[in-house]
Design a protein around this ligand. Sequence first.
Ligand code: AHR
Length: 632
Amino acid sequence: PAKAQQGSAGKRISPDLFGIFFEDINYAADGGLYAELVQNRSFEYNPSDHGGWHPLTSWDYLHEGYAMGSISVESAAPLHANNPHYVQLRVESPFQKGLGLRNAGFDGIPLKAGEKYDFSLFARTKSGAAMPLLVQLRDAKGAVLAETTLSAQGAGWQPYRATLAPTAAAPDASLVVLAIAKGVVDLDMVSLFPQKTFHNHPNGLRADLAQVVADLQPKFVRFPGGCLAHGDGLDNLYDWKKTIGPVEQRVAQRNIWNYHQTAGLGYFEYFQFCEDVEAKPLPVVAAGVSCQNSGGSWKIGGTGQQCVPLADMAAYTQDVLDLIEYANGPATSAWGARRAAAGHPAPFNLQYIGIGNEDKQTPEFRERFRLIYEAVRAKYPNIEVIGTVGPSPKGEDYDQGWAFANQLRVPLVDEHYYEKPQWFLANNQRYDGYDRQKSKVYLGEYASWGNTLFNALAEAAYMTSLERNGDVVRLASYAPLLAKENHTQWNPDLIYFNNSTVVPTANYYVQQLFGQNQGDEYFGGVTALTSNVAPTDSAVVSSCVRDAKTGDVILKLVNPGGKGQVVGVNLARFKGLTTNASLSVLTSARNASNTFATPRMVLPSVSPFKAGKTFAYTVAPYSLAVIRVKGK
Ligand code: AHR
């Protein structure tokens, strides 16, 4: 298209401004985005991780039709040293049926009619004798919806696969595996995936949930946290190397949010997801220290920060360098070869890496951050490192973090804040006065406390200020992204879900409208409001950007108040524009919110719009309006 370039140039702003923050919190990964339907497939729930856990957590022992025999958890000659436990079924007499296990997944296994499911496991048999295994999907009343029989045979571990096609849908089915002949069989990695995953990857992601995330059109994806990245102790740091390779060789563990993490959604899958949604990957690694709140002290400023011993920092730093090679190195490099072996010889084009998450600015943290930062800078000068400045928009850690980042000339720092909606309205000017010569900002976590439309509009108003300051705020992501019903540890979140339903919040639709309508140039003066700030909840704010790729000019207008406001718009400066526009409006009652009971209370509407060179637009009460005017 002849791009609307002729008008006076705008301010260059970050082309990567709005992205997403994925943290494995609220069962976002296992039981969530990761499509595995079996809980505790590898029998690695560990009592030392969590008092109530054991290797048979979420499994029931089945003794059907008077079968005789026993079951135990074993660890001799396991499938892999990283996956030390497995189950042994010893059938003395199957009698009419057999002996085995049942798994009801994460709150039940949801089955859809007409869909197929990939079952797999590893097995070995005593002395290599054949053991028939009956595999079934049963509904909550025990009716069999699908079944198949496999013959396990061989004294060494072997993978077995089968496809199951249930005859009916069921919201809360279970998977049953029965050994149905006399003999002994060992089982591990008992797994069930829907055949249809996001972009149809094996070991993939839940398609409906991933699609809702993809529809945000994020420019980047941050992962795997949050606090999860630095863990609640040295043995709980998220170690990327333990999350790649064959899934049966990855290291499962309790995560900082106190549930089990299989690492089935690991670094390869994160990078692959970024590629699928055309977003830049933004991994965050621990800065050689764990969360300062380690040891159960959730008091900010707690003393639990545990540090990688300095003698081990060279190895730790090498792990970070290896991560960059894993993402970007040629397939012939040591770690690039691991990526290629996973099926991706081409690089993932990593540009950003975060070091640290909200860490207390102790001397120990700084020393380790500096070691990692300098090593990355020396070996990979084109990688943009993101530092960290604590968990609040102000305070000691914040000030010290900024001073440290500026001293080291860290390209970006990660700010986090969760505040009342009024705070977001009152602080609309926050970045207007930032020193443009210093480190740039990644607003890595932010949210107003709530999921009402008013919360979402306060965030929208703030996002207009992020666009206005898109030269200094290079990246921004709402947090957290996902939360599973009945397993939500942190509120509010952007998307709620259970096994069958996904509920995008009002806040989601704000993120989506900004995500789908990003630009790379900012223009002031398009409305009389553009440079206004919103000190109260009744002032309309706006921003205007142009997208170089399409030449489209995009105007966003936010009215967090209860009275419609007429705004004059002047597009005369843009010479290459049509009058064809689309108008997206997000509006409802001030306190409306989307819930499982009312998932569609707050939804955007889209309609065609005629945009003259100048026009007046009435911004409805409690609304966000996005007018996208097509370039020629
Ligand atoms: O987003 C939830 C948590 O909030 C993140 O894990 C942490 O970084 C912040 O304190």
